[in-house]
Design a protein around this ligand. Sequence first.
Ligand SMILES: Nc1ncnc2c1ncn2[C@@H]1O[C@H](COP(=O)(O)OP(=O)(O)OP(=O)(O)O)[C@@H](O)[C@H]1O
Length: 560
Amino acid sequence: MLWEMLNAARDLGRVQDIASVLIRYGFGSFVRVLGIGKALESAGKALHWQHAEEYTKLDTPQRIRQALEELGPTFIKLGQILATRVDLFPPQYIAEFEKLQDQAPPAPFEELLPQIEEDMGGSIDEFFLEVDRQPLAVASIAQVHKAVLKDGTPVILKIRRPGLRKIIETDLRLLQRIVDIAESESPDIRRFHPREVLRQFNQSLRRELDLAGECRNAERVAANLADDPNIVIPKVYWEWTGERINVQEYIQGIHGRDLEAIEKTGLDRKLLADRGSKAVMKMIMEDGFFHADPHPGNVFYLPDNRLAFIDFGMIGRLTEERREQVVSFLYGMVNHTPAKVAEILEDWSDNIYTDEGVLTVDIEAFVDQYSSLSLKDLSLTAMLSDLMALLRDHKLMLPADLALLIKAYITLDGFGRYLNPDFNTLVFATPYIQEIMLARYRPEAIAKRGWRNLISVADLLSNLPKDLRKLLRATRKGAVQVDITVRYLDHYVNTMDNAISRLTMGMVTAALIIGSSIIMTVKGGPELFGLPVFGFLGYTFATLGGIWLLLSIWKSGNNR
Ligand SMILES: Nc1ncnc2c1ncn2[C@@H]1O[C@H](COP(=O)(O)OP(=O)(O)OP(=O)(O)O)[C@@H](O)[C@H]1O
């Protein structure tokens, strides 16, 4: 297989480069396992098998990161993608991969100019009053130059490095071969699912290579956030934007990591954290189309405590189905049903090796640990990090979209805490979770699902404790009057700070709504006193479920 790889003479030099870097950073055995050494030697290319002295002082994650850095744009981007796989790599690896912030040396502007003018269809002097020859920022795929339009508007030009596509195509071809060989030669590597990771990487890198794609993403996010006066997304100048260059509004603001400047200008850090997180949470939970890397470096702070987001190269997508699963997962967490959580996790992963009994025990411990914490004590990052550790221990791998979602949540939580140490993303997630639960049981949604909604009701109320049976008996005897008023609900919403209770509140409301919606929508079944029997049963169960949930809240309130 490897011979086939080296048949292409154009790849030979690159293979030698890659092998040399790997050896220098102490990964010579990997080069041997892949058979690259033998193949190169047969093709008349020699390798030096000594690794560099100073690298023996570095630990493995550091050596991997430095090797990736030296291997150039494709591998730097690979490292950035690996940084999103919190389900596969332990935190010390993720921390190193996150350092791969494209620090390539700048390409001289003169080298970029022919490509710019070819793409723009004329001399830059025709379109711009001035273009800064010194880059504002340099990344591995593109570099950013400041410019001024003829009408005086400041803009930035994001220009793809010349010749990049060819290098990346070669690297991707080689990576595919390396992954194929590594998978068949090393069972240990197989647990990292290299083929799947490479597929995800390939797709994401090709998207990032298209600089117009980033602008399409930015515009879609801008349209989704059009009603939010606190968020700015740079305007795109489409007349000069294409695959190799994009022109965007220059954002003149305080850089996202410049806390000192925030203090000096008197901006409100807490408000900035809240507004930024609210926007990202909307992208995730409502739009299902989100900035996948909302770290402070991709944000500018503007007067009046507004925020601008930049860099829409990596976008996460969340389908409605996946969103529902995420909510079910959280529901399992807050409702203390480890079996449900385990079931969803197993659905998500391609688990074939895990001992289900041990997994369930671990999930029970995990659910126990987090479901009793109050909102202010619950750190989403800690919870998700523990969940990721659990997945790694059980060799479970999440689908790429979910891994990216979790990474985005963790990044967002980090962004919020960077600005405000007391920040908690969950506060912004909770209303969406409640809203989704409610939407699940809206009359139209139930009508759409038809009779299956009865199963959902059973599912929702499947874990009713003894209290409910007592209540059922009491209700039959007429000892309990069902009278839940909005005022009563409000009282609990206002007096609770317990995360679980807040979420449960959503369930209560959902349960009540299920009842009324079923009555309204279930048609064609048997009837009793003019009401559909199934609807009536649903209503009764839902209402009793609501009461039970209220009792739980009341009890948890009393226990605190
Ligand atoms: N619209 C803008 N206004 C002002 N500065 C910008 C704008 N877009 C980008 N920049 C500057 O250029 C830098 C790099 O931009 P961006 O993050 O979009 O590039 P990138 O190639 O995706 O880099 P990375 O891979 O590091 O995320 C930003 O950190 C910022 O300083």
